[in-house]
Ligand binder design. Structure first.
Ligand SMILES: O=C(O)CCC(=O)C(=O)O
Ligand SMILES: [Fe+2]
Length: 506
């Protein structure tokens, strides 16, 4: 279990922490029960709201003056408008405001809006606040907030300390993602292109697997800047952050230019760092050459970092190879309604995405019961297949390094053609000079894979016709078209056809 900050930095505080611990009451215990492991005491002593009823009237909120009328959510929103000086000074006005103003989410926003955002190399000081204010560890202020009761302030701490084990172990047998040492392309094409699986041996010969770890990469690339969500940081700075941060959703290094930046050879050539596994067969997007959309990423992150629920871009499939660490995956087929995941009407975005911890806390138990849920842990030296259109959430169980690549196997040509044709506004990753990705892909396929293209276009046409029939039925329009032979309508199908676009929830 992680020690609370106060116990790590100042022995003097541990007795206070202990007394705060003994005060933990019902809500805390209930949370602990639900979460499956005790949550340590908040470093400042902040408690969940429920504990207020046992506090005998000692309530820091009373000192808020006029601000008392604002609920905590609103107070926190208001604080988002303050500049760093005002936020810091306001935090010194009373205990409740100290607890609010020290929230590192606020300081992360300040960091991202300040000139620090464009700096790539600087010293990370353990929190966004300390980094913005340039404080060292011993300058960090501590004020006893044992009489601050707030779910809004306590919840991020809970999310940061949930035991991942509770969610990632005891995977029901029916949910377990299949594991093989390796597969041949024939096996993949015949049986597995629509299903997730893990290969346990296929990347073990990669030099990247054999030689990379964080320390080695730090020696080789200390000053190389990598993209981590909204920032570009030197690897040295990112490693400092990775080993000492308290973010509920830690910044995730996800860089698509890594091969160029690290001067890596990829492929079967002499000195290559890795090559794509044989079993996935030809990648049809290779036909696009330099015009293909972004397709490979280096992924590095601390324990608890990861990816919230999403589908991969442009209906591509993907593989994800774990070089160091271990990743827990939970996946659903394209047509599934994933609990806690709300898709916008046109399917273009996941709305109100929850953090990984929040999703695990609130929805994992329900999701695990669903018939098409698939789960597995991909260990270092293993690679996982993400079929086209599958929903997935991924969390690092340890600090980790991974390589991922998106590809178009022959068996998913129709999915990709349909996506490029029907959802041009959702197509991503192409350079802006590529104005017609669908047309480009069709042209290139025509040169090399005419038969396959014709099959793909036929499937696309059939899907579009099916969609129109469903729409006509939905709006009560008589579907009889004089010129067309009448097909028997089957109405809405919520069937599970493993990957076809026709199964997607509109
Ligand atoms: O490693 C991860 O966080 C998952 C990345 C991902 O979503 C993918 O490889 O498709
Ligand atoms: Fe993904």
């Amino acid at each position: 279990m992680l020690l609370p900050n106060n116990q790590r930095h100042s022995p003097k505080l541990s007795s206070e922490a202990n007394s705060a611990k003994s005060q933990r009451k019902m809500t805390d215990d209930q949370d602990a029960l639900r979460i499956g492991s005790p949550i340590p005491t908040h470093p400042l002593g902040i408690k969940p709201l429920g504990n207020k009823y046992f506090a005998g009237g000692n309530d820091a909120r009373r000192s808020l003056g006029t601000l008392q009328v604002l609920p905590d959510e609103m107070l926190m929103q208001l604080l988002e408008y303050l500049d760093q000086r005002t936020l810091r000074l306001l935090g010194y006005s009373c205990r409740f405001l100290f607890a609010c103003c020290i929230s590192d989410d606020l300081w992360k926003s300040i960091f991202l809006e300040s000139e620090l955002r464009s700096k790539t190399a600087f010293e990370w000081k353990g929190t966004w606040r300390a980094t913005v204010l340039g404080f060292s560890v011993d300058q960090r202020i501590w004020i006893d907030c044992g009489n601050v009761f707030s779910d809004v302030l306590h919840r991020p701490f809970v999310c940061n300390h949930i035991s991942l084990d509770r969610y990632t172990t005891n995977i029901p047998a029916v949910n377990t993602i299949n594991r093989f040492e390796d597969l041949t392309y024939e096996e993949f094409a015949a049986k597995w292109s629509n299903k997730p699986f893990i290969l346990t041996e296929c990347i073990k010969p990669w030099p990247a697997y054999q030689s990379w770890d964080t320390q080695k990469l730090l020696e080789l690339y200390p000053d190389v800047d990598f993209r981590a969500e909204a920032v570009d940081w030197s690897f040295t700075t990112y490693c400092q952050y990775m080993s000492d941060n308290h973010d509920e959703s830690p910044l995730y290094l996800f860089d698509r230019e890594f091969a160029k930046k690290m001067k890596l050879e990829i492929g079967r050539s002499q000195g290559a760092a890795y090559w794509k596994p044989e079993c996935f067969g030809p990648d049809l997007f290779e036909l696009l050459g330099d015009e293909r959309p972004a397709h490979r990423w280096l992924i590095i992150g601390p324990e608890r970092s990861g990816s919230t629920f999403h589908k991969d871009p442009n209906a591509t499939s993907a593989w994800n190879a774990v070089i160091r660490g271990a990743k827990y995956w939970i996946m659903f087929p394209p047509s599934a309604l994933v609990p806690g995941v709300y898709v916008s009407k046109d399917n273009s975005e996941v709305t109100s995405p929850l953090s990984i911890a929040e999703w695990l806390l609130e929805f994992h138990a329900e999701a695990r019961q669903l018939p098409y849920c698939r789960e597995g842990i991909c260990q270092a030296g293993e690679i996982l297949h993400v079929p086209s259109g599958w929903w997935h959430l991924v969390v690092n169980l340890e600090p980790g390094i991974a390589l991922t690549q998106n590809f178009v196997p022959k068996s998913h040509i129709a999915d990709v053609l349909t996506f490029l044709k029907d959802r041009p506004e959702q197509v991503t990753g192409f350079k802006k000079e590529v104005t017609d990705p669908y047309g480009l892909f069709v042209d290139r396929l025509r040169e090399e894979y005419l038969g396959l293209l014709e099959d793909g276009l036929n499937q696309l046409a059939e899907r579009q016709a099916q969609k129109k029939r469903r729409w006509d039925i939905a709006v009560g329009k008589n579907t009889v078209d004089e010129d067309q032979p009448q097909k028997k309508s089957t109405g809405f199908s919520f069937g599970f056809g493993f990957g076809g676009e026709e199964d997607e929830i509109p």
